[in-house]
Write a protein of this length. Structure first.
Length: 82
């Protein structure tokens, strides 16, 4: 039980840390990739918490489609925030 709690906390930190980085960085592409990493970590956290349906949805929508849309939008505009 202690190992399960430790893994859940580590994954929670892996969700929060890239989100903070995405808010603080000026490079929009790096921010989008950080958000994608946070979404992937959230999907793994949901899998560890025994919610595989939510994990699959989070991985597909959050880390997949949303990241692709962000990268496409950034490529069509400027990469760096002014």
């Amino acid at each position: 039980m202690m190992l399960f709690t430790f893994i859940a906390w580590v994954l929670a930190v892996l969700v929060i840390a890239p989100a903070i980085y995405a808010v603080e960085t000026k490079d929009l592409l790096s921010a989008a990739i950080a958000v994608g990493f946070a979404d992937l970590a959230a999907a793994i956290l949901f899998l560890v918490l025994q919610a595989p349906d939510v994990a699959i949805t989070q991985a597909a929508i959050g880390a997949g489609i949303t990241l692709a849309i962000f990268v496409y939008a950034i490529r069509r505009t400027e990469r760096w925030e002014k």
